[in-house]
Ligand binder design. Structure first.
Ligand SMILES: Nc1nc2c(ncn2[C@@H]2O[C@H](COP(=O)(O)OP(=O)(O)OP(=O)(O)O)[C@@H](O)[C@H]2O)c(=O)[nH]1
Ligand SMILES: [Mg+2]
Length: 193
């Protein structure tokens, strides 16, 4: 997929306000601070498009971005598992993510992000099961690949595949610093049209 334009559309905190027209969506899910918003900025080539932060809990709403004048939408979701956000916020965000995954009719693919350095945790496994239960099409993006050598990346990807019982072919290592993996991910998105 060649992204020629990307712009912010709207933010939603209510399942009744989810956009549900004919435009296909790609959603970015994962633990807080894993790099969802940064990945959107890297794929679109627009640094400040989605708000990022070194402090977890940056994204608090469902943020929609229009790609190529509504050829598609990127959907930036709040992260899960940020305990300092407090139970009330965590529950609210979890519900929002669940509702989005349940009710979005034109969701083509979930980009499920995992930090390449860490073993998937319990919440990641719950998310994976939720994607399987709701029959959502997904790939795994192993983020922050620049933190590991190529050899260590290879081992980490095998580790993630084993832990989650999935095929390494759907795991894409990515770095927003070097743009490693950007082309492979965009090619994959293109293949879905
Ligand atoms: N080294 C490195 N750092 C990254 C990469 N991607 C993201 N980061 C850093 O990770 C931190 C979190 O990035 P965000 O994109 O805000 O993470 P998020 O998943 O959107 O977080 P929430 O909105 O809190 O759920 C920021 O400090 C980013 O600069 C990467 O590929 N390499
Ligand atoms: Mg974010």
């Amino acid at each position: 997929m060649i992204i020629k334009s990307a712009k912010y559309l709207t933010s939603v905190v209510d399942k009744n306000k989810l956009l549900n027209d004919e435009v296909c969506e790609f959603a970015f899910v994962g633990r807080s601070n894993v790099g969802k918003s940064t990945l959107i900025n890297n794929l679109t080539g627009k640094k400040g498009l989605a708000k990022t932060s070194s402090i977890p809990g940056a994204t608090k709403m469902i943020n929609y971005f229009s790609i190529n004048e509504n050829q598609a939408r990127f959907v930036d979701l709040p992260g899960y598992g940020y305990h300092r956000a407090g139970k009330k916020n965590q529950n609210m965000w979890a519900k929002l993510i669940e509702d989005y995954l349940l009710y979005s009719n034109n969701l083509k693919l979930v980009l499920f992000l995992l930090d390449i350095r860490h073993k998937p945790n319990e919440l990641d496994k719950i998310m994976l099961n939720y994607l399987l239960e709701t029959k959502r099409n997904f790939i795994i993006v192993a983020t922050k690949a620049d933190k590991l050598s190529k050899g260590a990346q290879h081992n980490a990807i095998n580790g993630i595949a084993n832990e989650l019982n999935i095929n390494t072919q759907i795991i894409f290592p990515h770095s927003s610093l070097t743009s490693q993996g950007k082309k492979e991910i965009l090619d994959y998105l293109e293949s879905l049209f």
